[in-house]
Design a protein around this ligand. Sequence first.
Ligand code: ZN
Length: 214
Amino acid sequence: MLANSASTITAKQRGLAQCSTCHLLIAYHPLTHNVCPRCQSLVEQRTTDSIQKCWALTICSLIVAIPANTMPIMTVLYFNKGQPDTILSGIVTMVQLGMYPIAAIVFIASFIVPLAKIVGLFFLLRSLQRKSHLTTKQRTDLYHYIELLGKWSMLDVFVVALMVSLVEIGSVIEIEAGAGATAFAIMVILTMVAANSFDPRLLWDEGENQSEDK
Ligand SMILES: [Zn+2]
């Protein structure tokens, strides 16, 4: 395929760079500040220190994941009885109360999605720094999946917020948000910024190096 062949020429090799704000392609001069003539943004061929920033943010999100998963995220009060729940114990409580659809959403959005995102970012970053057996296409797919997951990251924060406001109307079940919810929101924001700081063009550069090695 043409896209995978060693003869593929990147914009960087042609001395061009794309504006990350308005996507205008401009001639890049390495020794000067390159400013986009259309939107006046600073143009870089590759995001500066992208790997370092992404590593730092991914490790931070992993650290924040500890309080997010061990501190109480909410209290489900059933006939005014109940105790603070962490994400996982809250899911068990919801299942016991027969709230299966919400339990499934919270499990996927609060546990599976953030975990998959952090693991995915680790995997992607490691593949750039060590010799990887993955092809450029596979790593690009992984990056797209991480981006796709990001769109669903805040889902369970919405679920908790919605449940708190909706369920408050009835007096049988009451839900209160806990301190773990704050840690969770910080973790989600950190993973979003981490994925955003990753420059996917580094994947194609690595692909070029691999094909040159062969
Ligand atoms: Zn621009």
